[in-house]
Design a protein around this ligand. Structure first.
Ligand SMILES: NC(=O)c1ccc[n+]([C@@H]2O[C@H](COP(=O)([O-])OP(=O)(O)OC[C@H]3O[C@@H](n4cnc5c(N)ncnc54)[C@H](O)[C@@H]3O)[C@@H](O)[C@H]2O)c1
Length: 370
């Protein structure tokens, strides 16, 4: 890393997807800079990132809604692009607390864009959108031309953000925006040093399965066994978080190189059923996953998977890891960190890569600014 290494701001960079993207951007020759208020992440992730990358981890603690703070961070680090992960993400919670969702997700993006507008160099932004913007699609695979019909305040907030970015592009073509509609990110870094660390009862299938595997929860509830799918359970497009992180690197590179804006799906293009995940996880872990069938949940659809040809064409990116690797790496993370980042690090330390001595990037300690 040199003085000229381009810095990229990662709002929400201490979270699940942001932390994996930190590693991928560092490996691709960028200096990622985290801005996070740690409302849904743990500061211990910074030490793990330092271990993984062998370099300092710049982290600015604060709220993305504080526009002056974000502007100051962008200027001080001379960021050339931003990736906006910060936000809240639980569909069910968004139905209960819509105002909190619109404030955090919509006002959060507005704040970042206003801060960027005050800088001269930073007009490229990658946005974490979601496949939930499609609502209940008429068919699968889902391509980017499908109509958007969000069904929750969370999904609405994502579509509103996409529309804000479109208006901004229309007003000033110097803005370059990359909208990434994620399908179902799962898995963890293969070292087991970073991974998904949900607080409370997990909303998503994979963390629930891993918690059943370690005995934290007695059994998995499988919602719906009579869908028109090969085994009757719901089919989703699971995507390894490392592939997703690589997709962000491709998105940043595409914006900085070609300058063209895009909206693309990030998924594998393959659907896997709930029972397919359970079986793959049992193979990966060698442990049985007890489960019971429960009635379908309102709003769930039978099948949901992406057409990924646009991402391949625009970004030259495609997912390379399959469901076996997703389960293996989720299990590895869970085993080594039964309490997530709150796990005492003595066990984890045994599995950490050897420290890089005399690193040209300075001490491998996180740099946290309050
Ligand atoms: N994980 C998924 O399944 C999924 C799917 C589709 C889209 N997304 C989107 O991707 C993004 C990242 O998701 P994730 O799974 O990494 O979530 P996460 O909760 O692990 O990470 C989000 C990070 O943002 C931080 N944050 C939240 N509000 C903030 C604020 N106002 N100011 C500063 N920091 C703030 C949190 O502390 C956390 O570290 C989110 O925008 C989410 O909606 C996630």
């Amino acid at each position: 890393m040199t003085e000229n290494t381009p810095s990229v701001l990662l709002t929400g960079g201490a979270g699940y997807i942001g932390s994996h993207t930190f590693v991928a951007l560092a490996e691709a020759g960028y200096q990622p800079v985290i801005l996070d208020d740690f409302s849904n992440s743990h500061p211990a992730v910074l030490e793990r990132l330092a271990q993984l990358t062998g370099r300092r981890v710049p982290c600015e603690k604060g709220n993305v809604l504080d526009t002056a703070f974000v502007a100051e961070v962008l200027q001080r680090h001379r960021c050339v692009a931003a990736v906006h992960f910060a936000g809240v993400k639980a569909v069910g919670e968004s139905v209960q607390q819509p105002l909190m969702y619109y404030r955090n997700n919509v006002s959060g993006l507005l704040s970042l864009l206003e801060a960027m507008a005050g800088t001269t160099a930073c007009r490229s932004v990658v946005f974490s959108s979601s496949a939930t913007v499609y609502g209940n699609p008429a068919s699968v695979p889902i391509d980017e031309g499908f109509p958007c019909a969000p069904e929750s305040p969370y999904a609405q907030s994502k579509l509103m953000c996409e529309n804000i970015l479109a208006s901004l592009r229309a007003s000033d073509p110097s803005w370059r925006t990359g909208v990434l509609r994620y399908f179902n990110p799962v898995g963890a870094h293969p070292t087991g040093l970073i991974g998904e660390d949900p607080s409370g009862i997990p909303n998503n299938l994979m963390p629930f399965v891993t918690q059943v595997a370690v005995g934290k929860r007695a059994r998995l509830q499988v919602f719906g066994s009579d869908y028109p799918t090969p085994d009757g359970t719901g089919v989703r497009d699971y995507l390894h978080v490392s592939d997703l992180a690589d997709g962000h690197v491709a998105a940043v590179q595409a914006l900085l190189a070609k300058g063209e804006s895009f909206t693309v799906n990030l998924g594998t293009g393959q659907g896997t059923s709930v029972l397919g995940v359970v079986r793959a996880f049992e193979r990966a872990s060698g442990r049985p996953i007890p489960f019971e069938f429960a009635p379908r949940r309102a709003g769930d659809v039978a099948q949901y998977f992406a057409d990924v040809s646009l991402a391949r064409g625009v970004l030259g990116w495609r997912a390379t890891r399959g469901i076996e690797e997703m389960c293996r790496d989720s299990w590895h993370w869970q085993q080594r960190n039964p309490d997530g980042y709150r796990t005492q690090t003595s066990d984890t330390a045994m599995h950490m890569p050897a420290p890089v001595r005399n690193s040209p990037n300075g001490p491998m300690r996180p740099v946290v600014s309050a």
